[in-house]
Design a protein around this ligand. Structure first.
Ligand code: IPM
Ligand code: MG
Length: 355
């Protein structure tokens, strides 16, 4: 298996280094993985004047899977929009056609106290958000800022084609089938035509999955329900923008955004794997970040791209073990637990992997 490793910016390199330790440990156990590193985001701009350098894209295309850290930082905010780190991330998603973004929110029982919600609201939480990732207002044309009637206007286009909705619907129904057979499609069909079409296509696709109970919810209500009673959800499917927002909200249910991995898949389960959190410039370079979301992203890589469920379970169990041992980075630390650095957490996971 060829793996492109793209650490990116901010805490990206630190957390990816911990995931690479895990991969190295699996390699010394016989796993056949080749890793090659390349810059993306601000690091890509610094190295090659482009947040997605051609060589990085070529490496990612040739790889079976991509492991990404995070992109962005205040030093890049003043760049022209096409040169900003975030554009590199959006372009690689689009170029690799990674249209299905899987964002699980799972609460480890020991972390119930780290959630900002009452533990009875979140304990036992296990929900999957399937976010469409290559369409919507993120990519719709026209877009821009221009002068109209003597003042500047900013505009974007929310757009979904039937085929875009259909393919992500099939992924979401497939995932719901393997989970609790409940799928909630989230949109804003009471206001937006784009959502109206989304909902129609979901209902059509549902005919292929008679065992899955499909429900529909407006995004404003979904935001409220996620905070009020998140355990009502099993699998959620939604568009790019709504999924971006709801997945950040859902992350807090699990104690910390530092715990949540993600997978972004194409039609053939080639994937890019990244923590859902950002580059956290405020703590970058200080060995404070939580590497577990990145390590859990490696587990997702084994599950979805390599179809090696045993190794995926093994990595997830190692993470459970270090959590059970009471090791905590600052973001999930609560009174009485042992506070560890990013690299100590990585080492602990590697140690817990031992059979
Ligand atoms: C995410 C991030 C990105 C997004 C940004 C960094 C472009 O927030 O992956 O959720 O909006 O998709
Ligand atoms: Mg986001």
């Amino acid at each position: 298996m060829k793996l492109a490793v793209l650490p990116g910016d901010g805490i990206g390199p630190e957390i990816v280094a911990q995931a690479v330790k895990v991969l190295d440990a699996l390699k010394s156990d016989g796993a056949k993985i080749e890793m090659e590193t390349a810059p993306i985001g601000g690091a890509g701009y610094d190295a090659a004047g482009d947040p997605l350098p051609a060589a990085t894209l070529a490496l990612a295309r040739a790889a079976d899977a991509v492991l990404l850290g995070a992109v962005g930082g205040p030093q890049y905010d003043a760049l022209d929009r096409p040169l900003r780190p975030e554009r590199g991330l959006l372009r690689i998603r689009k170029e690799l056609n990674l249209f299905a973004n899987l964002r699980p929110a799972l609460l480890y029982p020991e972390l119930a106290g780290a959630s900002s919600l009452k533990s009875e609201v979140v304990s036992g939480l296990d929900l999957m958000i399937v976010r469409e990732l290559t369409g919507d207002v993120y990519f719709g044309q026209p877009r821009g800022i221009e002068v109209r009637n003597g003042e500047r206007v900013g505009f974007n286009t929310m757009l979904y084609s039937e085929s875009e909705v259909r393919r992500v619907a099939h992924v979401a129904f497939g995932i719901a089938m393997k989970r609790g057979k409940k799928l909630c499609s989230v949109e804003k069909a009471n206001v937006l035509e784009c959502s109206e079409l989304w909902k129609e296509v979901m209902i059509e696709v549902a005919k292929d999955y008679p065992e899955v109970a499909l429900s529909h919810m407006y995004v404003d209500n979904a935001a409220m329900q996620l905070i009020r009673a998140p355990k009502q959800f099993d699998t959620i499917v939604t568009g790019n923008l709504f999924g971006d927002i709801l997945s950040d909200a859902a992350s807090m249910l699990s104690g910390s955004i530092g715990m949540l991995p993600s997978a972004s898949l194409d039609e053939r389960n080639k994937g890019m794997y990244e923590p859902i959190h950002g580059s956290a410039p405020d703590i970058a370079g200080r060995n404070l970040a939580n590497p577990l979301a990145t390590i859990l992203s490696v587990a997702m890589m084994y599950r979805y791209t390599f179809a090696d469920l045993a190794t995926a379970d093994r990595i997830e169990n190692a993470v459970k073990k270090v959590i059970a041992q009471g090791l905590r980075t600052g973001d999930i630390w609560t009174e009485g637990a042992r506070k560890v650095s990013c690299s100590e957490m990585g080492d602990a996971v590697v140690a817990a992997l031992a059979r």
